[in-house]
Design a protein around this ligand. Structure first.
Ligand code: GLC
Length: 425
């Protein structure tokens, strides 16, 4: 186990989370049928009744095999997963007593969350629930600037009596179900607040009461930062970007953080999107996060028949091949100590427990890799993929040469080669 390197703990213990570094996000709902973004209801301004009518009775994931999903996640090197129990569209993958808008009332005919949780746990992954605070289907959710009916003045007028307190009651009851009926839950991922005119925030969700209940029902659970609450969250969630450096709180303390990203642009299954990242980019994203002390939550949007499509599988297989040999530069690793700078074209990660430094080569340097800030620090060097020795020469004042590693002319045949440095105590 890695030592606690991160910072003063403010909430529950996040040590396992920081150690794990890599998780799978899953966005699955009725929008998989549309196959054109999980925000389609909003974008196309589809009234809730029309949306329900079009999709509810057609959601038939006949190829759904959560054990396969879990296996693919584990093989990719992921240590936890976060599933959308309900997204903004309001449809629930779980069997809630408080709504009919749920998987048991589709041709699936059952709770789809329970077998997923079981399958991922069986593969050794921790469990996270995403729950959308926003709900475009619920009749008590006041129409606001984000709602599909936002421009329908007649609907706004007709529905102006909607009481957000009733909706908050529903939200709280559903979260109670999720945190009561599925055993130990490790992460609660709420999404999201947009306080201000025609928006919603902590008073609408009753966030303080909500988080109290969450912590009471699942002591030890870690909760994201999207409830619009003051104070330090358990972790922060940069979305679709990588922070330029390790994020800090107002007092300058380093925060626990997790970036979430998609393989292409959409979170839900998108048939026609052409913006898929390459395997190398996907791997680089993970390295980049860890090199700044963060986690990566990488998203898959399964199809409406319940499968990860071939493009997602290809990328997961790319992770699997790379992680099998290079997991050591990811798990339990964090940013390099101050003063040790990454050579040009590389990223560093550092395992404080084993005292090993990992140099990830985005470009493959010719012959010599210079490490000017590493003088007197390195004991031994090798490639991580095959543990083959690399010649390290320390700085030489007479010859005026910096510390350097001699590399073979041909790069290892892996997506991103990594050098493992055994550092002196
Ligand atoms: C955004 C989007 C949403 C997605 C989420 C993931 O807030 O509303 O579709 O689930 O990001 O972080």
């Amino acid at each position: 186990m890695a030592k606690k390197t991160v910072r003063k703990q403010v909430g529950p213990d996040t040590e396992w989370f920081v150690e794990a570094r890599f998780g799978m996000f899953i966005h699955w709902g009725l929008y998989a049928l549309g196959g054109r973004h999980e925000w389609m209801m909003h974008r196309e301004k589809v009234p809730p009744d029309v949306y329900e009518q079009r999709y509810l009775a057609r959601f038939n994931p006949d190829l759904y095999d959560p054990r396969e999903w879990a296996r693919l996640a584990r093989e990719a090197g992921m240590k936890y997963f976060v599933i959308t129990t309900k997204h903004h569209e309001g449809f629930c993958l779980f069997d809630s007593r408080h709504t009919d808008y749920k998987a048991p009332n589709t041709p699936a005919g059952r709770d789809l969350i329970a077998p997923m949780v079981e399958a991922f746990r069986a593969e050794g992954l921790r469990v996270g629930f995403y729950y959308s605070l926003i709900d475009w289907h619920h009749p008590d959710f006041p129409i606001d600037k984000m709602h599909p009916l936002r421009e329908d003045q007649a609907a706004r007028e007709r529905e102006k009596g909607r009481d957000v307190r009733k909706y908050a009651d529903y939200l709280h009851k559903q979260v109670r179900e999720l945190l009561t009926n599925y055993g130990r839950i490790d992460i609660m991922w709420f999404d999201f607040s947009y306080p201000g005119p025609d928006g919603k925030g902590r008073d609408d969700w009753q966030s303080e009461k909500l988080i109290e209940m969450v912590r009471r029902l699942q002591p030890g659970i870690i909760v994201d930062n999207r409830l619009d609450l003051p104070g330090e969250p358990d972790f922060v969630t940069p979305e679709q970007f990588i922070p330029p450096r390790w994020p800090t709180d107002e007092e300058g303390r380093r925060q626990v953080w997790e970036a979430c990203h998609t393989f292409s642009g959409s979170w839900g299954y998108h048939r026609d999107e052409a913006s898929w990242k390459s395997v190398k980019q996907c791997i680089w994203l993970l390295i980049d996060c860890v090199s700044k002390g963060g986690n990566l939550l990488m998203n898959v949007g399964p199809t409406a028949r319940g499968q990860f499509d071939d493009r997602a599988r290809e990328r997961l297989a790319g992770y699997a091949a790379w992680m099998k040999q290079h997991g050591r530069s990811i798990y339990g690793c964090t940013a390099a100590p101050d003063g040790l700078a990454a050579p040009e074209g590389t990223k560093l990660t550092w395992n404080p427990a084993s005292r090993r430094m990992y140099v990830h080569l985005l470009t493959y340097p010719f012959r010599n890799l210079h490490l000017p800030t590493f003088e007197g620090r390195v004991q031994y060097a090798q490639f991580l993929n095959d543990a083959s020795e690399l010649k390290f020469t320390d700085a030489d004042a007479e010859k005026k040469t910096p510390p350097m590693i001699e590399l073979p002319p041909a790069a290892p045949r892996v997506e991103v080669p990594v050098i493992e440095l055994f550092m002196k105590a």
